[in-house]
Ligand binder design. Structure first.
Ligand code: SF4
Length: 399
């Protein structure tokens, strides 16, 4: 598992910056947002003044807003010879590369990697607030004013390269900021016009038709809203998300979005409380929401609230593989685009092969020792790191 954030080892400040021109790093809520330059590509003076240089070997070029070095390369680097502060990072950050973007908080001495240029799994956390309290939430909501995250999102988008292929917005519930979030989406369309965008939302804000109209007016060329629906039974859905009335608003949100021609993905996390009615849910979706663009049937990630509720949520993927096959068949029969995410290949039947995807984000994707001799590992999506750490099926059998 890649370490995306944590404490730095040390930060050596510079009293009097030696550069003749002022440094111009982006600052949000006291955090520096720093694009990383590594290696010897030519960089303009203006870019240097807002970027950090990652020292690996050789001498440091001048004029950068900040310098980073890994602990193992830090010996022999004299902070006093640099014209800007030097931060020493734990060696786990050795994956950092040219074009990545980090958030550095010098006061707290912590760093967070916000963007990895070579990853297809970049997501922006828009807020940690949410009106749901899902039993398996991987990012437990916090009732705090974190609107600075929206400011950070906008700055981050300004720093991202136009070559960014895919970008996700997540929360919390990203749409809770209403028009502020729509501004962020509009900015993404303007600055990253070829980037495919995916928004993870509980869908309830889209029950407001005027909001959906404003969302649709942005006319983003490639944006999808991924909305969870956990049961055809409103009471079960509401229980899973711990919010009364959620099912009705979520379905209304999906209908409003599709009425205005917006792309919608329906996401179903599979666990002990949702698997029992998976076939009925598949039938409900095919009868009532057939126009949804994609259905994702997703394995459980054992993090956040899932760990606290694991006794209620855990079900071995092996035990529901026939139910999964039947649900996929229902979607197939109606011509719906369906995918199976976050499952191990040896725990699904061959008949869902067309829907099976390797989906777990690269930074939290692992395999277990039993996988070493497996001849189909290259086709298998593997495990969440959290599953390897806490719990996974007792039926892993290498091909
Ligand atoms: S043994 Fe491991 S790599 Fe092979 S299919 Fe199962 S989980 Fe995947």
């Amino acid at each position: 598992m890649l370490k995306l954030g944590g404490k730095v080892i040390s930060i050596t400040p510079v009293e009097e910056p030696a550069t003749s021109k002022p440094l111009t790093p982006r600052i949000v809520q006291g955090n520096l947002l720093l694009p990383i330059v590594a290696g010897s590509r030519p960089v303009t003076e203006a870019v240097r003044r807002k970027s950090a240089y990652l020292l690996r070997e050789g001498s440091a070029p001048t004029g950068y807003a900040h310098y980073f070095v890994l602990r193992r390369n830090a010996h022999g680097v004299l902070a006093a010879t640099l014209d800007s502060p030097l931060t020493v990072l734990p060696d786990e950050f050795d994956y950092l590369d040219d074009g990545d973007i980090v958030r550095l908080n010098s006061e707290r001495g912590d760093i967070r990697v916000l963007y990895r240029r070579n990853s297809p799994h970049n997501t922006i956390l828009v807020t940690e607030q949410c009106q749901h309290y899902c039993l398996m939430c991987s990012q437990p909501p916090k009732n705090v004013d974190d609107s600075w995250l929206d400011d950070e999102a906008k700055e981050l988008i300004r720093l991202m390269p136009r070559s960014t292929e895919v970008l996700g917005f997540t929360g919390g519930e990203p749409t809770l900021f209403g028009d502020r979030f729509l501004e962020t989406l509009r900015l993404t369309k303007t600055l990253l016009p070829r980037t495919k965008v995916h928004i993870l939302s509980n869908g309830r804000t889209f029950a407001d038709r005027s909001f959906v109209k404003r969302y649709a007016t942005i006319a983003h060329p490639d944006v999808t809203v991924g909305i969870p629906l956990y049961s055809d039974d409103a009471a079960i859905h509401d229980h899973i998300v711990q919010a009364k009335g959620a099912f009705d608003e979520t379905v209304r949100g999906i209908l409003n979005l599709k009425e205005l021609g917006q792309k919608v993905e329906i996401r179903v996390v599979l666990h002990a409380l949702s698997v029992g009615r998976l076939e009925q849910l598949a039938t409900y979706i095919t009868r009532n929401l057939l126009f949804a663009d994609h259905v994702a049937l997703m394995g459980l990630e054992i993090t956040g609230f899932t760990r606290a509720n694991l006794d209620d949520l855990w079900i071995d993927q092996f035990t529901y593989k026939d139910v999964l096959s039947r649900a996929v068949r229902i979607f197939d029969a109606y011509g719906m685009h369906v995918s199976v995410y976050n499952h191990q290949l040896c725990l699904v039947n061959d008949d869902i092969k067309g829907a099976y995807r390797r989906s777990i984000s690269d930074w939290k994707n692992e395999y277990v020792d039993a996988c070493v001799p497996c001849t189909r590992k290259h086709e298998c999506g593997g495990f969440f790191s959290s599953a390897v750490q806490h719990k996974y099926s007792a039926h892993i059998r290498p091909f």
